[in-house]
Design a protein around this ligand. Sequence first.
Ligand code: G4P
Length: 200
Amino acid sequence: MKQLTEKIKAEGSVLSPTILKVDTFLNHQVDPQLMLEIGKEFASRFAGSGITKILTIESSGIAPAVMAGLQLQVPVVFARKRKSLTLVKDLITASVYSFTKEENNEISVSSKFLSEDDTVLIIDDFLANGQAALGLAEIANKAKAYIAGFGIVIEKGFQDGGRLLREEGYRVESLAIIKSLENSIVTFEHSDEGKAEMIR
Ligand code: G4P
C-alpha cells in the first residue's frame, strides 16, 4: 500500500535492527486519514469473505480495526490484556508470550461477542513473532468462529510470525512487509516500494 510505505519512509525511525518506531501515526499519535485508507484497503481485500466481526487486541490494533469495521459495516471486538472491572465472567482466554518482555500474558474476550456464527477478520498493527496473532486465533477458535484471515498493517518479514500463520493455512494480508531494518535502513519486500534511508 503506497500511502503506508511512503508514510513509513517519511516518519518512521529504526530503533534497532529489529524495531521500527512509527509512533507519529500508528502506535501513539494516530493519523485518522491514513487509518481510514488502511480500513478501506482491508475492506477491499476481504470483500466477499462474509466477515461478520473484526477481532483485534488493545491498544494499537484498535484504530485500523475500527476503520476496517466502519468500511465492512461490522462490529469490532478487541481482546483485553488486563482484566477489566466489568469483564469478569464467561471469558475466552489465550496465553500470549511476549518475546520483548519475556513474559506470558493472558488476553481475553467476553464470550458474548464471538460465536460459531461469526466469520472473523483478525487485525493487528504489527506482525513480528506472531504470538499476539496466534493468541487471537486461539480465542476465535475457542469460540468456534471461522477465521477468514489476518489483516496486518506492518509485517516484519524477517521475523517468524508471517511464516507461522501462513504455514497454518491462514490467509495473511499485510499492507507493508519489511524485509530488513539493518544499518538503520528500511527495505521493503516488494522492490517497487524501494528502500528508505532512515538514519535518524
Ligand atoms: P508478536 O505478538 O508478533 O509476537 O510480537 P512481540 O511479542 O514481539 O511484540 C510485542 C509488542 O511489540 C506488540 O505491541 C507489538 O505490536 C509490538 N511490536 C513488535 N515489533 C514492533 C516494531 O518493530 N515496532 C513497533 N513499534 N512495535 C512492535 P504491544 O506491546 O501489544 O503494544 P500496543 O499494541 O499496546 O501498542
